[in-house]
Design a protein around this ligand. Structure first.
Ligand code: LLP
Length: 418
């Protein structure tokens, strides 16, 4: 559920029309609905109210400070994968004791930064990383809280590029060797085992893989207990899908219900790392139709947002619904909606039957709040877009549009060329 819709035939975010926003901020423009962000966070929180739990929002989905602050104010924590994300999370007021740190390639300086800030736990992905964390903690005279990220070898039936818990993937520690791995960690002087972690993939629209993976982790938790290794935090990762087209993803409450019997009698705090479910349908991208033209077998609608602004269609063949800002009687056309970038992979929608749009009109690209801006780039020397947050009838700029100066600010010309 989100608070974007047509009112009097003009598309609105909450009570603000897209006309108002494009006039104030230009295009391309990312627009977020504050009420939708809150609603999604609360529905997660309510769904898990019967468990001690921490919602560690996966920053990678969208790391704008205003969005982070929104979740922090509701009691949210953070799932981070880099020193940069740690910096952002802390700066937005997310308490370190609610921050978990995953990723297969944590660098020494990042480990030290996280140790100094006293995060909740490192989700360890290899034996060498474990040793690096132990060594860094020894240097600081600290004990590093850790969980092992387990690769449970399940198939989450999602796009191959966003599957993470299958045996072919680089993530986590193979479940078969996990008990031995825990025993090694248990013996180290400067790490303290506090948890267990899994994250099996993204945009998963069936509960089954989650439950299979969870069952495997819970068996491991029991084996660990028998070995005298106590697990406090069970981090179930993120990965629940959202509706882009006609998917019917499970609600977080369904996941919570199904988890209950599996965890019964165990004294665990659930950590969750939702990204897409919190922000995906809380954001859209508004773009302007620059030109239209007839191709051999289709129309091309050329808009001012490109793959540098929104790479999901190019990278995952992802579907994002595209609609005109003004609703009126139109005939449908068969068209590709493409950007200005010099690559054929630069499209926002391909092979679409959609209402015809004219030069100068505006269109919205829906469900763009997750992995939209956060994956954007300056490719083709295009300044990054602005971002706006709407709350009721108010709108706030939460990221300035980049300028041409911003594009070259960090570049240096060596003296010998000058
Ligand atoms: N936790 C970990 C350790 C992760 O790697 C991820 C996402 C999440 C949580 C959050 O997953 P979510 O709830 O958002 O599914 N760029 C891709 C998605 C990549 C997901 C990477 N990991 C896309 O645009 O579909």
């Amino acid at each position: 559920m989100h608070y974007f819709d047509y009112k009097n035939s003009v598309f609105h975010a909450e009570d603000v029309s897209m006309e108002t926003l494009v006039e104030a901020y230009g295009t391309p423009l990312y627009v977020y609905s504050y009420k939708t962000l809150l609603r999604h966070f609360k529905s997660y929180d309510d769904s898990f109210k019967d468990f001690p739990h921490i919602i560690c929002y996966a920053l990678k989905a969208n790391s704008n400070a205003a969005i982070l602050r929104t979740f922090a104010s509701e009691g949210g924590g953070a799932d981070i994968v880099s020193g940069g994300e740690l910096f952002r999370a802390l700066r937005a007021g997310i308490p370190p004791e609610k921050i978990v740190y995953a990723g297969v390639g944590k660098k020494e300086d990042e480990i030290i930064y996280a140790l100094r800030e006293n995060i909740l736990m490192f989700n360890v992905e290899s034996e060498q990383e474990l040793m690096a964390i132990d060594k860094a903690a020894a240097k600081l005279g600290k004990s590093a809280p850790i969980a092992l990220r387990i690769n449970p070898d399940v198939d989450p039936a999602t796009h191959a590029k966003i599957t993470t818990g299958h045996k072919k993937n680089k993530f986590g520690i193979p479940i078969e060797g996990a008990l031995e791995f825990y025993k090694i960690a248990h013996k180290l002087k400067h790490v303290k085992i506090v948890g267990i972690h899994e994250h099996i993939g993204s945009q998963i629209i069936s509960l089954k893989p989650f439950l299979v993976a969870l069952q495997r982790l819970v068996s491991l938790i029991d084996e660990l207990k028998a070995e005298g290794i106590e697990i406090k935090y069970l981090d179930i990762g993120g990965g629940l899908g959202i509706q882009y087209l006609d998917e019917i993803p499970p609600h977080p409450s369904e996941l919570a219900e199904k988890i209950k019997p599996i965890l019964q009698g165990r004294n665990l705090t659930i950590v969750m790392e939702p990204g897409r479910t919190l922000v995906g349908n809380a954001g859209l991208l508004v773009t302007k139709v620059l030109y239209t033209k007839k191709g051999h077998d289709r129309d091309f609608i050329i808009v001012d947002a490109g793959m540098n602004d929104m790479i999901r269609p190019a990278m995952y063949d992802a579907y994002h619904h595209i609609m005109p800002v003004h609703k009126k009687k139109r005939k449908d056309v068969f068209a590709d909606i493409v950007g200005p970038i010099c690559e054929s992979g630069d499209f926002l929608g391909k092979d679409r039957e959609l209402p015809s749009m004219l030069q100068g009109e505006y269109a919205v690209v829906m469900s763009a709040g997750a992995y939209g801006f956060s994956m954007s780039s300056n490719y083709n020397s295009r300044p990054r877009t602005a971002e706006v947050l709407v709350n009721g009838s108010e709108h706030y700029l939460i990221r300035k549009r980049q300028t041409y100066e911003d594009l070259v600010r960090d570049e240096l010309i060596p003296e010998f060329i000058k």
